[in-house]
Design a protein around this ligand. Sequence first.
Ligand SMILES: [Zn+2]
Length: 379
Amino acid sequence: MRQNDYGPIPGSTIFRGISGQKTIIMAANTRIATVAKGIFKAAKDTDSAVFMELARSECDLKGGYTGLTPKDFSAKMREAAKAVQFDTWALHADHITIKTGDSSEIDGTKQLIDAQISAGYTSFAIDASHLFNFEGKNVREELDKNIRVTSDLALYIKNRMKGKDFGLEVEVGEIGRKDNQGMILTKPAEAVEFITALNTNGVYPQVLAIANGSTHGHVYDEKGNVVEQLSIDIPQTKSVAKALRENNLHVGIAQHGITGTPRDLINQHFPKGDIIKGNVGTFWQDVVFNTMKVYEPALYKNIQEWTLEKYRPANPGKKDSQIFDGNCKFAIKEFFKEIYSVEEDTEQAIQAMAYAESLVFFKAFSSYGSATRIRKILD
Ligand SMILES: [Zn+2]
């Protein structure tokens, strides 16, 4: 038996444990960490493994827009897991994004990775998908810079982890990118070329993020109202997974941008097992703000006013509701102290909401029972 301190386990162990199962593991971006206890409690009660994650934009050495450094984030997640005694989770660095690939950016990225490793992260997502070369003459040329930067950083992580197992996610198509014909989707050949090249470089990710029609955050209609997200291309996703399998590449798909996707659609139509990791981010922020609206009206009003005042000038013609919706994440750092010192009944309500919503996600993802499978290979 392992020494159980309820700390995170390697992301790779979670993926190994669900291999061959029709299961998606939820990855929650807990921008406001208060939701974590509710999520872990639901994970424990349903025996579901879970990833807790924040992206580079959300959490970096300066605190990102959540005000949390990797060390802070790690401490908050560990504390929440310990409080509910849940032990089958990974601490994941979502979107370690590289935008230019120049040497100063790579150096800064390595510093961030060092901080994540010393904070005890057990899983990492390198996102160099922005380095797509539109002038490339073939798939290999288009992906060349992404392949080089991803390999460099993955081998850096491997070296710094000193033989410890870790989860590795990589990204081939930029999520949410559009051209004048609509969303640009990842082709099966691109996914195969990308993973094959990484494997040749000694890099073996367990999970691949593709562009398959989803968008991060909310989707709006032309009037600026939040609407359901129905744009994920399921046949394309299945074709990518099939192509990877047929080429003997052992990698599943990470579905980014799930907020707003109806959970009955996920439950009945998502290719579980092709998709093995499902990222849910903005949803948890909604849980907090919607609860605060009732429990902390004065604080909510301050957050609303601050956000609108700051972001109205850059968004002419947009409705206030959409401006707030799209930018309230930047208020988290500004109101950090207030958000983390709300009344106890507010916290209770946030955690109860997070608990109930997690149950529904775990059910829709068919992850009930996954924790026991994973624990078996740990013991
Ligand atoms: Zn994402």
